[in-house]
Each structure stands twice: as C-alpha cells, then as structure tokens.
Design a protein. Sequence first.
Length: 70
Amino acid sequence: MREIGEILADKGALTPAEILPELRNWTIRGAALHKEPLTLGVLKKKMDVRVTHGKYFEPPQDGRYARKAS
C-alpha cells in the first residue's frame, strides 16, 4: 500500500486498472508468492478495506482513488 500511495502522490487520483501496471514487478510477484496473485479485483478489494478503516486512501470518486492527506 505504501507503493500505491507513492504512485498516487506522483500521478494524482487513479483507478485500480491504472495503478496495477505502475506497480513494480517484484511487488506483484511477491504478492503471488506470499498469499494470492495481485489481480485487479484483489487490488480493488484491498484498497476498499483501507478506505473502510480510514487508512491510506480517500473513498473513490468516479472509481478513482486518491492518497489520503496526512
């Protein structure tokens, strides 16, 4: 999630489909080796959990997530 926060800080609000290709290859591979492949659906689910708990991201506007202000 830290890596996604850095991407959003640089590029502004993005959809999960726009975020996924920006992630480092080793992040995606590490997720697959650790628990489950990092697919578009899994990424969205994980980001939604963070929104629910008020961490990292603002609630999506038009499907775009933004970094939560510190």
